[in-house]
Ligand binder design. Structure first.
Ligand code: HEC
Length: 195
């Protein structure tokens, strides 16, 4: 047999193998044998792959976003938004998520306990765009970019925060973000920001 004929046979065999595997996967999926239950986690290899894809996607999508100053005033402005929009899923210092949120899959990270390894720009992007195939919503219709930066400032400070510090932050009077250090608010009036 010539080298060309051997190569041809190998290609045909490979194509047949791919077709058989694809047919098997399709049969398994459409037969109802695959469970879509939130109570049955993905196999560890799939979970690891999803995690890689997630981090690669967030890093690339958030490239080019530039965070403003995320000071304590910012975080204070973000605290009531977090309490109203996020705490049920992500928890508050020294308290659990809502019971129903414990049944979500993937389970939202408990941000005060687990923290996050994401950069501020990535946190901002996730809040604004949401995460496909999870319960993490896109907030682009619910919150302005300014509000999302404020929640981002809060999220960055949440890890390890005490319940007392969290309550203190919520009680701080809400200030216009940035106005605190500008001294003269008028001077900032022409700043278009990033929204
Ligand atoms: C209905 C539940 C739910 C709500 C409400 C929700 N999230 Fe999430 N969030 C999730 C889930 C689930 C994930 C994890 C997605 C994953 O595992 O890929 C997530 C992921 C995140 C992450 C990424 C964490 C990391 O380290 O990867 C951040 C940051 C975040 N959410 C912030 C917020 C903020 C801020 C709000 C409110 C404005 C909010 N979320 C509202 C469910 C929710």
């Amino acid at each position: 047999m010539t080298a060309g004929r051997i190569a041809g046979r190998v290609i045909v065999a490979l194509a047949a193998a791919v077709l058989i595997v694809a047919a098997g996967v399709a049969w398994y999926a459409f037969s109802g044998r695959y469970s879509i239950a939130a109570t049955e986690p993905h196999p560890p290899a799939l979970e690891a792959a999803i995690d890689e894809i997630y981090h690669a996607s967030v890093a690339r999508q958030a490239a080019g976003i530039e965070a403003p100053a995320l000071d304590r005033e910012r975080a204070a402005a973000g605290a009531p938004i977090y309490a109203a929009e996020c705490a049920m899923c992500h928890g508050v210092p020294e308290a659990d998520r809502e019971a129903w949120a414990e049944g979500l899959y993937p389970l939202p990270p408990h941000l005060p306990e687990d923290g996050t390894d994401l950069a501020a720009e990535e946190i901002f992007w996730i809040i604004r765009e949401g995460v496909k195939f999870t319960s993490m919503p896109s907030y682009r219709h619910a919150l302005s970019d300014e509000e999302i930066w404020s929640v981002t400032a809060l999220v960055e400070r949440l890890h390890g925060m005490t319940a007392e510090a969290y309550e203190e932050l919520i009680a701080l009077p809400a200030e216009e973000p940035g106005a605190g250090d500008a001294g003269d608010a008028e001077a900032d009036a022409g700043d278009p920001g990033n929204g």
